[in-house]
Design a protein around this ligand. Structure first.
Ligand code: PAF
Length: 290
């Protein structure tokens, strides 16, 4: 166990620490998070640990990515447990700034990755990805990582960050990591802790509907997105109290909806189970001989 984890609260002190590491030729692997760490985050940290000299994790519940009626205030903040997990995972520096340190009262500058931010989750959460792109950009400027690790569960976030880094020439390698699932198939998420036992049980149907869609595309060669999303919806509708925000089949690079599935397709969904909004996705590759 790494007993020497350092907690830094000030962006300036964090920047100094990271610039010193980079000046000594050290690589920095960075895992940005909002805390409430679970196995998904721990898999990102483990990979960053394997691939870098130093590992930095940030915990910052970023207000600019929450809408006015969203769960910013009640978002879980188990800081001391998160710190223990980071220490056990071999994290060198935990960056945990307060809101006032990250955003001055007259903060005016935002980063918006056009088009991709307005579809899928962006349609129901206006401004969400502007908040994500802005804070990730700030964190990259503070931490100056060599590589940053993101999970594919937030596929849209990952695609937007990859575009931002390319468009703004940010010298950070973005590493995409697989979705970590519970044995039932439910994708690990900090918001799973909002689910009651019965809701958690029902939530397995999200990944089941994705597996069905993947089979329809890869095994049966079905190319009509509407047919596939209808089959998925019929599974989701068996969950009492579930509400479909979206089920969509898109181009994995541009996130544009597909009219026909030619080869690679992103199958993505957002479903409310009770009051909890869950997202999940998978990639399916249609064999061109079908
Ligand atoms: O995925 C998250 O936890 C957040 O959106 C991120 C990338 C840490 C930005 O606040």
């Amino acid at each position: 166990m790494n007993t020497r984890i350092k907690v830094i609260r000030s962006p300036r002190a964090m920047q100094d620490a990271c610039l010193k590491l980079r000046a000594r030729g050290k690589t920095i692997g960075f895992v940005p998070t909002m805390g409430a760490l679970h196995d998904g985050h721990l898999s990102l940290i483990a990979r960053a640990r394997r691939e870098n000299d130093a590992v930095v994790v940030s915990i910052f519940v970023n207000p600019t990515q929450f809408g006015p009626s969203e769960d910013y205030l009640k978002y879980p903040r188990p800081f001391s447990h998160d710190k223990d997990l980071c220490r056990a995972a071999g994290v060198d520096i935990l960056f945990a700034p307060g809101v006032a340190a990250m955003y001055t009262q007259d903060h005016k500058t935002f980063v918006n990755v056009a088009k991709m931010s307005d579809v899928l989750c962006g349609a129901a959460r206006p401004g969400h990805f502007r908040g994500v792109a802005t804070v990730v950009n700030k964190l990259f400027n503070i931490v100056a990582p060599s590589s940053a690790y993101f999970g594919k569960k937030d596929f849209q976030q990952l695609a937007i960050i990859k575009n931002m880094v390319r468009d703004l020439n940010i010298p950070v390698k973005i590493v995409s990591c697989p979705i970590i699932r519970e044995p039932s198939g439910l994708a690990r998420s900090s918001r799973n802790r909002y689910l009651s036992d019965i809701e958690r049980d029902h939530a397995q149907k999200l990944s089941r509907s994705l597996s069905l869609a993947r089979r329809l595309i890869t095994r049966d060669g079905i190319s009509n997105p509407a047919r596939i999303t209808a089959e998925m919806a019929s599974i989701i509708k068996t969950i009492p109290g579930a509400r479909i925000d979206y089920i969509k089949i898109c181009n994995p690079e541009t996130l544009e909806e597909l009219k026909t599935i030619e080869t690679r397709a992103l199958i993505a969904l957002a479903i409310f189970i009770g009051k909890t909004r869950l997202i999940d996705n998978c990639i399916a590759i249609r064999d061109v001989v079908n």
